[in-house]
Design a protein around this ligand. Structure first.
Ligand SMILES: [Zn+2]
Length: 246
């Protein structure tokens, strides 16, 4: 278990953020001469992890250790950052745009996107479930279409596209050419979503992260891939809290 150490803040010094695919938030790594062991703390205000490590330890080793504390990290986050259940009157992002959730009993039970409003009718008890089903369907349609588009560009075929709710991965790809995405990608800005699709489709050709994979991923995405990745990292923690707690 990581300790709750008090870490001195170095005022005025800019801090580089590091990322690990198994950690839901960025990490500020602080090598310290006096540190004998690794210490992890969750900064609730900034939504980052602060990792203190011995001066000589590599960033990679320190990050790998932090990733092993994922259960602890998620518990800290759940305590500090509240879930955002699907409640009438609240707002959620859909394709990166804030949309208001509206419940009007007499309206159709299947939610409809009307401008910046997602309107759902029927019994109040079913509201949350119907909103999530709508988002999952919207995600599956959009992600299937985009996967087919990128696969066509790469000259490969996708066997199946499915939707899930993995806590740490936005997408995964099997050797049988099946791709699985998190439905939460439909909440993200389009460029962030398309980056994940390009990434997984590139895995249909290369089952690794080598240079040929990266070249194909960049060709498929055809845009500022670093900016897309950064935008997903930025919104990711919130997206994972949406629709929970209801
Ligand atoms: Zn990958």
């Amino acid at each position: 278990m990581p300790g709750n150490s008090n870490i001195m803040s170095s005022k005025g010094r800019s801090e580089a953020l590091s990322f690990h695919r198994d950690l839901p938030v960025p990490v500020v790594i602080r090598p310290m001469r006096s540190a004998r062991r690794l210490r992890l703390r969750f900064d609730e205000i900034r939504g980052v992890l602060k990792l203190t490590c011995p001066k000589r330890m590599s960033e990679r080793t320190a990050l790998a250790w932090a990733a092993e504390q994922r259960g602890w990290v998620e518990a800290q986050m759940a305590r500090a950052m509240p879930a955002e259940p699907f409640l009438p009157g609240s707002a959620i992002p859909v394709e990166g745009q804030e949309v208001q959730l509206t419940w009007i009993e007499a309206e159709a039970r299947t939610p409809r996107l009307v401008g910046q409003e997602l309107v759902c009718g029927g019994p109040r008890e079913a509201f949350s479930k119907r909103i999530e089903s709508f988002l999952r369907r919207h995600a599956l349609t959009t992600l299937s279409r985009e996967a087919a588009e990128f696969a066509g560009k790469a000259g490969v075929a996708v066997r199946a596209v499915s939707i899930g709710d993995a806590s740490t991965r936005w997408g995964s790809c099997s050797a049988e050419r099946r791709i699985r995405f998190s439905w939460r990608l439909i909440l993200a800005p389009p460029e962030a979503r398309r980056y994940v699709v390009a990434h997984e489709v590139a895995h249909l050709v290369h089952l690794n992260h080598g240079s040929r994979f990266k070249a194909l991923e960049a060709k498929l995405f055809d845009g500022d891939i670093d900016a897309a990745r950064a935008s997903l990292r930025l919104v990711g923690p919130r997206l994972k809290r949406i629709g929970r707690g209801s």
